[in-house]
Ligand binder design. Structure first.
Ligand code: PEP
Length: 225
């Protein structure tokens, strides 16, 4: 069964979160996860879908202003978390080391993890894609509750999508390094979702912009079946 996860980034407070769930429908035969911002998690966990946070800290508690601990997420019914999203790597100083620490703490607390990897445009143009993926994947813990998302940074929020063949090639490499499910992310839309998810090593999708609208996210979920 494919897994389709929606990353809402910094969109939708609790009121808009509830409005989304009023309109959202998904067919049987697809696993669906939604990742609202921290303040909307509690509203979302009352709904029927597994809810993941977008980030988590590695410490159990402490002087880490603005961060949230794994046990706090578990306490309110959150089932998992993203780690290492490229926007965290680009804008908030996330490194391979902190990605690994966040993933380990989340898994230890019983959360599922979607760990994001992917090369930048400059890295792809310099022929460094394989090296970057090898380096990023090497630190990701092996665990049955962990899924990897391959998100080429140049395809996130840009409207540029990796061709199904490019994505397949990267997924095959990642799977040869880490035995887990691998989702594709980067401008996935209702129009391209079925072709991407038809590739043998693409086990689902991590969807940003197109997950904000219940109709388009529903269409992507249907394309996964
Ligand atoms: C994402 O935020 O993980 C993502 C893939 O965004 P988008 O679908 O908007 O490119």
């Amino acid at each position: 069964m494919k897994l389709v996860a929606g990353n809402w980034k910094m969109f939708k407070g609790p009121t808009e979160t509830l409005a989304f769930f009023d309109a959202f429908e998904a067919p049987d035969g697809v696993e669906v996860v939604l990742c609202p911002p921290f303040v909307s998690l509690e509203a979302a966990v009352g709904e029927e879908w597994p809810i993941y946070a977008q980030n988590v800290h590695w410490a159990a508690e402490g002087a880490f202003t603005g961060e949230v601990a794994a046990a706090m997420l578990v306490e309110i019914g959150v089932q998992g978390t993203l780690v290492g999203h490229s926007e965290r790597r680009q804008h908030f100083g996330e490194t391979d080391d902190t990605v690994a620490r966040r993933a380990e703490a989340a898994l230890e607390a019983g959360l599922g993890v979607i760990a994001c990897v992917g090369e930048t445009e400059a890295e792809r143009e310099a022929g460094e894609t394989e090296g970057v993926l090898r380096r990023q994947v090497a630190v990701i813990p092996r665990h049955e509750q962990l899924v990897i998302a391959y998100e080429p940074v140049w395809a996130i929020g840009t409207g540029k999508t990796a061709t199904p063949q490019m994505a397949q090639q990267a997924h095959a490499l990642i799977k040869s390094l880490h035995p887990t499910r691998v989702l594709y992310g980067g401008s996935v839309k209702p129009e391209n979702a079925a072709e991407l998810m038809a590739q043998p090593d693409i086990d689902g999708a991590l969807v940003g912009g197109a997950s904000l609208d219940p109709a388009s996210f529903s269409a992507i979920c249907r394309a996964a079946v």
